[in-house]
Design a protein around this ligand. Structure first.
Ligand code: NAP
Length: 509
């Protein structure tokens, strides 16, 4: 305790007198360590700072903030959640250039948040956590390349769509052109006059192909399963509108929170009951969008054989126009192999300069590969042997004082994950307060309560369109059960208001 206090004394001294980068050279013990400086990690740091907890540190393995928006920079990258809603509630941005913002603009937003909220003083970059172990009071954090630190509480804000998945295809290594995952786009390559093959038609593949079809080159889109797409128009904001958005009341009106919540609930209705009116309505819009395709043969190839929303719904008014252009080619013959010059299907050989794998992410990773050791020798690998699970996505039995933002089986879908993380943070912050204000030494959810929750979640998940809609998708875990929140958005918001303390083991000092 004395050592800790001495350390904090030095920190304050350093903060006052020198560059804050030195802070981490001395402090080895924190109240809260946050892993990841993406959208959720930044949120946690700001929230805790605002509540007066300043012995916090964020450890980020990369060299800047932004998470998924730092990693992804492919052509056409756009967030299909309205830009004003895809912001922190405490930092709405009046300057978005379009209704739906580009990835580049969103990355700039997070960099602006980093600067404007003085996060320099608490984020340490190039710091990859390799191991977490709990000793009954503190978590020890080991890193790949720096000294160990300890913290009373750890928040894992490590993201969901973070570990690229590239299929293994015969001959892949022989390809003489460039090949990379959509999340590792090589922006040094000029796209003019190139022949690009894009494998995969999830949200990423659709956006990439829509953008590449506008270039001078040729794009070959390798589709394994056709997808439903909702139309998405993206009008720009005028300077007058941006000026008007500076007025918080006007912005709030324009954002229409009630309407937004109702729309998200309606969307949940369609997911929960695929025969609902909402589901039929969305199917109708998807069909109208598909009707833009004029060639009956092409339209047939683009017509999905599953229910809309079974896979994560894609929003695009551009794709169907793009794929009908003379320089865009839809390839539905299965890929046989790759050779030196391109991709070979069962019926043709397509020479390419670039192969882009828009083949998705390993969504079962979360904090892994961090090696996590909780109470009584239990490891995260033990606990997640079947598949990732958690109490309301935010905590796990026997991993005390370890909380997650956007953790396993939480709400994912076509709405703002920032909003979801804010609700989760307000719940977690109440538990953190109990620990830091001395009401508890550690807190973790009870095993029974967690199991009960997970059984209810899985039962409900098996009634959703993700399970019954006749498709395969990244929403399904290794047991084929949807790994998502299977109830309405309002129910999620209500659940995140206040911790149900009876469900927790609260161990006092
Ligand atoms: P994804 O939705 O998982 O799609 C992966 C695609 O790759 C699918 O079309 C899949 O085909 C195909 N694929 C995988 N392995 C293949 C193989 N061996 N051969 C041929 N095709 C293969 O991945 P994503 O497009 O990167 O999107 C992931 C998530 O990121 C989205 O669902 C969304 O949540 C998020 N995202 C959001 C936005 C946004 O606007 N907010 C933009 C981009 C991404 P099958 O369908 O046949 O499996």
């Amino acid at each position: 305790m004395i050592i800790q206090n001495i350390q904090f004394f030095f920190v304050d001294l350093i903060k006052e007198n020198t560059g804050l980068h030195k802070l981490f050279l001395i402090v080895k013990r924190f109240d809260v360590a946050i892993i990841g400086a993406g959208m959720a990690g930044i949120l946690a740091a700001i929230d805790l700072k605002n509540q007066g907890f300043d012995q916090i540190a964020v450890f980020e393995k990369a060299d800047k903030v932004g998470g998924t928006w730092r990693e992804n920079s492919y052509p056409g990258l756009l967030c299909d959640v309205p830009a004003h809603h895809y912001t922190y509630s405490f930092a709405r941005n009046s300057n978005w250039s379009q209704t739906y913002a580009s990835g580049e603009e969103i990355q700039k937003y997070f960099e602006w948040i980093y600067e404007s909220h003085n996060l320099k003083e608490c984020i340490q970059f190039n710091s990859e956590v390799s191991k977490l172990s709990f000793d009954g009071e503190y978590w020890t954090l080991d890193f790949l390349e720096q000294e160990t630190v300890t913290a009373k509480i750890v928040i894992a804000a490590t993201g969901v769509l973070h570990h690229p998945k590239i299929p293994t295809l015969t001959g892949q290594d022989e390809f003489q052109g460039k090949q990379f995952h959509s999340a590792k786009w090589d922006n040094n390559l000029p796209l003019k006059n190139l022949r690009v093959g894009v494998i995969g038609n999830g949200s990423s593949g659709i956006q990439i192909v829509s953008a590449l079809a506008k270039e001078d080159g040729e794009v070959f889109h390798f589709q394994r399963t056709a997808q439903w797409m909702m139309p998405l128009e993206n009008p720009s904001f005028s300077d007058e509108e941006k000026l008007a958005f500076k007025d918080p009341e006007f912005l709030a009106q324009a954002m229409d929170f009630e309407g937004y919540a109702a729309a998200v609930d309606r969307y949940s209705d369609a997911l929960i009951d695929m025969n609902s009116e909402a589901a039929h309505e969305m199917a109708m819009y998807c069909q109208m969008n598909l009707d833009r395709v004029l060639d009956p043969q092409l339209k047939k190839l683009l017509t999905p054989d599953h229910k809309p929303l079974c896979k994560r719904l894609i929003w695009s008014s551009e794709y169907y126009d793009a794929i009908q252009k003379p320089n865009a080619h839809l390839i539905t013959d299965p890929i046989s192999h790759i050779n030196r010059s391109g991709i070979v299907t069962h019926t043709e050989k397509i020479d390419l300069d670039i192969i882009a794998y828009a083949t998705g992410f390993d969504t079962s990773m979360f904090m892994r590969p961090i090696n996590i050791l909780g109470l009584n020798g239990i490891t995260l690998e033990d606990y997640w042997e079947e598949y990732p699970k958690a109490y309301y996505s935010i905590a796990m039995p026997n991993f005390p004082n370890l909380f997650m933002l956007n953790g396993p089986n939480g709400p994912v879908g076509n709405f703002s994950l920032i909003d979801i993380a804010e609700h989760q943070m307000q719940y977690i912050a109440q538990l953190i307060k109990m620990i830091l204000q001395g009401q508890a030494k550690y807190i973790h959810p009870k095993t029974d309560a967690t199991n009960k929750y997970e059984i209810a979640r899985e039962t409900a998940a098996k009634k959703t369109v993700w399970y019954l809609g006749g498709c395969n998708s990244w929403y399904l875990n290794s047991a084929g059960i949807p790994a998502s929140w299977p109830w309405t958005y309002s129910r999620f918001v209500a659940a995140m208001q206040k911790p149900a303390l009876d469900d927790f083991e609260v161990v006092s000092n």
